[in-house]
Structure formats: C-alpha cells, structure tokens
Design a protein around this ligand. Structure first.
Ligand SMILES: *[C@@H]1O[C@H](CO)[C@@H](O)[C@H](O)[C@H]1NC(C)=O
Length: 159
C-alpha cells in the first residue's frame, strides 16, 4: 500500500513541478491596477474576486462553498449548486477503499481537497492540495494543479 501512496505522491510532486513552471508564466498575485473602478471582478481562483479601493485592487474571497461569478445574469458569490456544473464537484460520493479507489485519489466537493485510501477497507482520508492549487482528475490530469489548468481542463473559463 505504501507503494501506491508513493506513486501518488510522486505524481503530486510532478504536478507541482509542472505547475511551478506555469506559475512563472501566469501569476496569481493581486493585479497591479484596477480593472474596474466601481465593480468587482473575478480571479483565476474561482473563490476569489477583487474590488477597487482608492485606485488599489483589493483581493477578497467568497464564503466556503461559494464561487465568484460575473456574467450577463449573475454577479457576486454563488453557491456551488447554482454554478455551471463544469466548474464544481456536486453530489460527490466518496467510494469505499477497494479496487480502483486504492490506486487513485478521488475528487472532493471541496475543490482544493481530495480523498485518498490508505489501505484496503480503510476509511478514505481527506487531504488538501498545496496552497493555490486545486485538485484535477480529468482527461489524464491527476493531482494538484493551478487554477488556470483547472479552468482549462474542466472547461470553466474565467470571466
Ligand atoms: C452565469 O454563470 C452562472 C454560474 O456559473 C450560470 O449558471 C449562468 O448560466 C451564467 N449566465 C450566462 C448568461 O452565461
């Protein structure tokens, strides 16, 4: 079982290395200038948004389970169930620790978390990605990646 865990941790390390490289290209820091003077605007990280105060962008975050949306119909922090389903993990059932679940981590409703089976028949353990990373298990991606990668793999573009 340790072998499975170390393979997964290896994958994690790899995805972190991959996303470290991406970080050099795309920064997730607060923008230097205000995009809007009197409106909020969204960040790559779906939980976060910015507003302008005295010409300085201020970063803020939605409550847990809420995500920032700004489009033709919605503006503000929406609960996960009102989000585009491509963007969130709704009604997640965490499977028992047998079969495939022993080999691969499982998604969590908390986007920055994932579930891991320590051994056959154990209770799955909920773990959290490193800071500013989000769990992706889709289209060959498996591990913790930056939000830009998450959005592109999930088909959930930033507004
Ligand atoms: C705006 O975003 C919300 C949440 O993702 C979505 O449900 C809604 O359909 C979107 N509206 C438009 C016009 O794209």
């Amino acid at each position: 079982m340790l072998k499975v865990l170390s393979i997964f941790l290896g994958l994690l390390a790899f995805s972190c290395a991959a996303s470290l490289y991406l970080d050099e290209v795309s920064t997730t820091t607060v923008p230097a200038t205000c995009l809007f003077e009197d409106e909020m605007w969204g960040a790559e990280d779906m939980r976060k948004f910015y507003f302008c105060w005295d010409n300085v962008p201020i970063e803020s975050e939605c409550d847990v389970g809420y995500y920032f949306v700004k489009n033709a119909t919605d503006y503000g922090c929406l609960p996960a169930k009102l989000m585009n389903p491509e963007c969130v993990n709704l009604d997640v059932t965490v499977g028992p620790c047998t079969g495939n679940n022993l080999l691969q981590p499982q998604v969590s409703e908390v986007l920055t978390d994932f579930w891991l089976c320590p051994e056959e028949g154990a209770d799955p353990v909920q773990l959290t990605c490193p800071e500013n990373k989000v769990f992706v298990k889709q289209d060959g991606y498996l591990g913790c990646f930056d939000w830009q990668t998450y959005r592109s793999v999930r088909g959930c573009p930033a507004q």
